[in-house]
Design a protein around this ligand. Structure first.
Ligand code: HPA
Ligand code: ZN
Length: 353
């Protein structure tokens, strides 16, 4: 049976490196957990709940969703559903953010959060075969001391061999960029690097390219999450391309959350790829923005006239940008190329551009 390009990229095995586990919470789960944990929602009509006009407006909803997570079991359920929902759209491997600042401030234990997430990921992996690891994000809004404390606690959990901590492979930074100098998180990053965590950070979603350079040069990040404003600095673009510093780009999120563009056609993703940047494709907060990774690939292909082979190259760049070891990368590349060899010839002739 012949496939449209949209159907082929939906089925193509894909990697996701920029997805917030809290942003995958099904609307029905938000309502259920809020009721169980006594969190007042402004409305239980979730199509009304998920409305925002800027990154900071979005973040206030994201924080509300986060606040519904009250127990280890809640985290497990969230993680389980996130992998099951991703796998339904061809996501076979993810490095997923969780941002526990407000839960820790409210007295939850990091060990319970990590153990719950790991329980849910393992259960979903057994069911779907899709795999997921974790990146612990510092929340800029809580400041550098909270970030350092998070990294210290991660180190303690590692030393204690705490349940699930082996899933946490990296440390990142997210939340509001306005008025926050990323360099203020240098101590936490240095500590995380010394402890062997891989390093990434959100930047350039609504901050200038100089802030992106700071995250790489001062914080030592190996990847940049979003990196949207990079294209405003051609010299920095050339450097990122030459050094293959990955960007985890989320074009539809930039429209729906950051309100940075009205349409995909205006998004710099195509310019990023053309400049040779290792620009991967990701959803960011799929449930909160009514997205999925298959749609992300399909809509980007349609907006920029990409072929199936172009989209396979994007998927393979996701493998390169991941933090898997060489064997893990080789295995995933094999999975993607084998599926692509099967799917490609089945795409309808006039959709095979
Ligand atoms: N930017 C910053 N912080 C976030 C985002 C985002 O897009 N999504 C969830 N937390
Ligand atoms: Zn993000």
């Amino acid at each position: 049976m012949s496939l449209t390009l949209r159907e082929a990229v939906e089925q193509l095995p894909k990697v996701e490196l920029h997805c917030h586990v809290e942003g995958t919470m099904r609307p029905a789960t938000v309502v259920e957990l809020a009721a169980r944990n006594g969190i007042a929602l402004p409305t239980t009509d979730v199509t009304e709940l998920y409305r925002y006009g800027s990154l900071d407006e979005f973040l206030s909803i994201f924080w509300l969703v986060q606040s519904t997570l009250g127990s280890r079991d809640d985290w497990a359920r969230l993680a389980y559903e996130s992998v099951v929902d991703g796998a339904a759209h061809g996501r076979v491997y993810a490095e997923t953010f969780f941002t526990p600042a407000r839960h820790l401030a409210a007295g939850q234990r990091l060990g319970d959060i990590v153990a719950g997430l790991a329980d849910g990921l393992a259960a979903a992996e057994a069911e779907t075969g899709a795999r997921a690891l974790l990146i612990a994000d510092q929340d800029r809004a809580y400041g550098p001391a909270a970030g350092r404390n998070l990294v210290e606690q991660l180190g303690e959990l590692r030393r204690a061999g705490a349940p699930g901590i082996e899933r946490v492979i990296g440390v990142g930074l997210d939340s509001t960029e306005l008025g926050v100098d990323p360099a203020s998180f240098a101590e936490a990053y240095a500590l995380a690097g010394r402890a062997g965590f891989r390093l990434t950070g959100h930047q350039g979603e609504n901050s200038p390219p100089s802030a992106i350079a700071t995250v790489v040069d001062v914080l030592g990040a190996e990847r940049i999450d979003h990196g949207l404003s990079l294209v405003d600095d051609p010299e920095l673009v050339r450097r990122f391309a030459a050094e293959r510093i990955p960007l985890t780009v989320c074009p539809n999120s930039n429209i729906r959350i950051a309100n940075a563009f009205a349409t995909l056609a205006e998004h710099p993703y195509a310019r990023m790829r053309a400049a040779g940047l290792l620009a991967t494709l990701n959803t960011d907060d799929p449930a909160l923005t009514d997205l999925d990774l298959g749609y992300e690939y399909g809509s980007v292909a349609a907006a920029f006239g990409y072929s199936f082979d172009d989209m396979v190259a994007v998927a393979l760049d996701g493998v390169e940008a991941s933090w898997l070891d060489d064997d893990g990368k080789a295995g995933l590349r094999g999975t993607i190329t084998a599926a692509a060899a099967d799917l490609g010839p089945r795409i309808m002739a006039d959709d095979r551009t």
